[in-house]
Ligand binder design. Structure first.
Ligand code: GTP
Ligand code: MG
Length: 348
């Protein structure tokens, strides 16, 4: 990301910050699933598990990703992780054979279409399309770290409603600008969520703590999964006792959204710094040896995983331009929206 000349912005007005805030809150209301939709997902999972158990003995399914992390959309895909009873890790497992029998079994399910096994990925998956709901999804095997990062994201979402709203706004922004699809060379929504969380940790005063650095007692516990430390502070009811900055930040979501756009266009140095939510102290691309990448986003648990590694120079610059544009659009006060847009956020 090269530093580019930024357009000077006019003075921000209170009225416009209020309008920005309304837009952000509306975005959350329009896109967050309701209880019925959440329950439908649990039902599908239960139905799959009952069905699979007859064909793949001991199959256990769990939902993860945005169905569970607090940042799900009505149409978000179903991310499902499969494990086998009595087998704690994937070690010694013939993944290809399991994927094969899983594929065969899913092809017999009346409500599923387009069953497609993908075995070339780091975690093998079987993709599917659920005809009754129109939802797409995939079942992965022993995607254990993803279950932990889902829980970590869910914890951040539970700390403050502004976290949730901002992550929705960011995901909508990425979709609208067509910069939120890792399979087409941009970044995954998971990566954008990490960008929001990092900004909220670095804000002064911070909106959220660094849960992975917090612990009770003398020494930070280490909990290893697949060789990575997955410890984080989970006692959220008592967060106020252990985090001195609890509720110190009083900014509105509108202020924070504009703050985020300013942060990633005016302040954050993509060349020097890694977006890293597991520690407060800045982490350099030099230290990670990620200097050749255009954008570095470290996975909170799998520290060898840079979510920005797949970006081409062109795509990185396209993404930065979307942020620069958004800074101008959301940073230039106008008096309300044109009437045709004022009812609902249909333009999304
Ligand atoms: P949606 O766009 O609403 O589906 O968001 P999502 O968070 O469910 O994203 P996605 O379906 O792409 O990924 C599912 C989950 O996989 C994420 O929430 C993470 O828990 C986990 N995950 C871990 N590493 C990666 C990664 O490198 N890329 C992606 N996409 N997901 C990862
Ligand atoms: Mg998903």
């Amino acid at each position: 990301f090269k530093r580019v000349e930024l357009e000077p912005l006019p003075h921000m007005t209170l009225d416009f910050v209020k309008l920005l805030n309304d837009v952000c809150e509306q975005c959350y209301c329009d896109f967050a699933p309701d209880d019925v939709e959440v329950n439908v997902r649990e039902h599908i999972l239960q139905d799959f598990e009952n069905f699979l158990r007859c064909q793949v003995p001991g199959a256990k399914l769990v939902l993860f990703g945005s169905s569970k992390n607090g940042f799900g959309f009505k149409q978000s895909d179903l991310d499902i992780c499969m494990t086998l009873e009595g087998q704690d890790t994937a070690e010694g497992l013939d993944s290809m054979a399991v994927i094969e029998s899983l594929t065969k079994a899913l092809r017999k399910h009346h409500a599923l279409r387009n069953i497609l096994p993908i075995t070339s990925a780091k975690v093998p998956i079987v993709k599917f399309y659920h005809t009754k709901t129109g939802l797409e999804g995939d079942i992965s095997l022993y995607n254990t770290l993803a279950l932990h990062n889902t829980e970590l994201l869910a914890s951040y979402a539970a700390i403050d409603i502004r976290v949730k709203i901002l992550c929705y706004v960011m995901k909508v922004f990425a979709k609208v600008c067509d910069i939120g699809d890792a399979s087409r060379g941009s970044l995954s929504s998971y990566a954008y969520t990490l960008m929001v969380l990092y900004f909220l940790q670095q804000r002064s005063p911070p909106v959220i703590p660094v849960l992975q650095e917090m612990y009770v007692g003398e020494e930070k516990p280490v909990v290893l999964v697949d060789g990575w430390d997955v410890h984080f502070f989970k006692d959220l009811k008592n967060l106020h006792k252990y985090w001195p900055e609890y509720k110190k930040n009083k900014e509105s979501v509108g202020q924070l959204w504009f703050g985020l756009l300013q942060f990633y266009t005016e302040i954050f140095d993509f060349k020097e710094t890694v977006i890293c939510i597991r520690r407060k102290e800045p982490l350099t691309t030099f230290k990670k040896q990620w200097t050749s990448k255009h954008l570095a986003i470290e996975d909170p648990f799998d520290l060898s995983h840079n979510l920005g590694a797949g970006l081409s120079r062109r795509m990185a610059s396209f993404i930065l331009k979307a942020f620069i544009n958004a800074r101008s659009v959301f940073g230039t006060p106008v008096r309300g929206f044109p009437p045709e847009y004022s009812n609902k956020m249909e333009y999304f």
